[in-house]
Design a protein around this ligand. Structure first.
Ligand code: SAH
Ligand code: SF4
Length: 347
């Protein structure tokens, strides 16, 4: 008989794990102990699990990979943002970014290596898509960073805003969210998880019925012609479909959908375009994050002047919209929005 490949245990929800432990001849409740050891005690070696029999520990040692990622490098920016570079088991690399904003510690997660959607302003988009991440590779970003922070500092919020389009890898992302929110594991509340999408309309409703996380939508233009130019995905799912999907998304009472709008100098920052944005969003419970563009090498876009940024915001304020200007953090270490390109020549 051929050798059975070890499983990546972080791909398993608690229910999957119960089936797996039974299949290898252990009692079902052992799965809970295993889960607690991985996510509650952050063990690095099955030998540390004194609550499990020696025999079971050996089965775990030979039959599983406890981690899916190897930490290669951590860089800290002047503003304390930390960028983590990880290697995957096939040698590809991804990045995660920790953004401290006490009392919050927000971890920005990657969902794919690269991205297929090719938004014109985004460096990750220039890589194309290498592959989807597995649930284990998503979950381990949280485990590895929490391990680096130690017991004194807990990750409090998770955002799917790193490399990749999370809704293009929906199954693995939903599985990872189930594992991350399990009360016996890392126990994140859904309210502290936000997923950002460029607008894959059919997957938005699937996400909404699978798991009630907060939704953020990358809008960046309120007219189809311009949006299609900046974000080719808009040719498949134009604004009318996108806004309808937002209205139908099961946003909990008192919650809103966040719309991200990168301000690009001379492209989408005119007060007239702010008025278009007001019109477009009038039927959605929304808040708007204005993100002044982060220039990167080779980009044809620029950041608008402070005056233009404030004038744009003022139009939205006057229309009673909730709007903030969100500066990307960690730009000096290439950790800011849209700058993640692990493994490419620019990393
Ligand atoms: N694919 C998803 C999530 C990852 S991108 C999405 O597009 O929503 C996370 C956010 O960073 C998006 O709003 C994206 O548009 C933004 N972004 C990309 N490049 C940027 C840049 N150079 N400056 C500022 N924000 C950028
Ligand atoms: Fe992909 Fe998001 Fe970058 Fe667009 S902005 S290319 S969807 S990661």
């Amino acid at each position: 008989m051929g050798r059975v490949e070890p499983i990546f245990i972080q791909n398993y929800t608690l229910t999957d794990l119960e089936l797996w432990v039974e299949a290898i001849g252990e009692r079902r409740f052992r799965a809970r102990q295993v889960f607690r050891n991985i996510y509650g005690r952050h063990i690095n070696d099955w030998g540390e699990c004194s609550d499990l029999s020696k025999m079971f520990r050996l089965q775990l040692e030979h039959g599983t990979h406890l981690h899916a990622l190897t930490l290669q490098e951590v860089r800290e920016a002047a503003d304390a943002t930390r960028k983590y570079l990880f290697e995957l088991s096939d040698g590809l690399r991804i990045e995660s970014v920790l953004i401290p904003d006490p009392p919050r510690q927000t971890l920005c997660l990657s969902s794919q290596v690269g991205c297929a959607l090719g938004c014109r302003f985004c460096l990750t988009g220039t890589m194309g898509l290498k592959r989807n991440l597995t649930a284990a590779e998503i979950v381990d970003q949280v485990c590895r960073v929490q391990e680096d922070l130690g017991a004194g500092r807990r990750i409090t919020n998770l955002v799917f805003m790193g490399m990749g389009e999370p809704l293009a890898n929906l199954d693995a992302v939903v599985r990872a969210i189930h594992i991350l929110t399990d009360p016996l594991g890392l126990a994140f509340s859904h309210r502290r998880i936000t997923l950002s999408t460029a607008g894959l309309v059919p997957q938005m409703s699937r996400l909404g019925s699978a798991t009630p996380v907060n939704l953020a939508v990358s809008l960046h233009a309120a007219e189809d012609a311009l949006r299609s130019e900046l974000m080719p995905v808009n040719r498949t799912y134009p604004l009318e479909q996108l806004i309808r999907a937002c209205r139908e998304y099961p946003t909990p009472p008192r919650k809103r959908i966040t719309f991200e709008y990168i301000l690009l100098d001379g492209i989408n920052d005119h007060p007239r375009q702010a008025r278009e944005l007001v019109k477009l969003l009038h039927s959605v419970r929304s808040k708007v994050n204005l993100i002044p563009f982060n220039p990167h090498e080779g980009s044809v876009f620029g950041r608008p002047s402070e005056r233009a940024i404030l004038a744009f915001q003022e139009v939205l304020h006057k229309a009673q919209m909730t709007v903030i200007i969100r500066e990307s953090r960690g730009a000096d270490i290439g950790a800011a929005c849209g700058q993640l390109v692990a493994g490419s020549a620019c990393a």
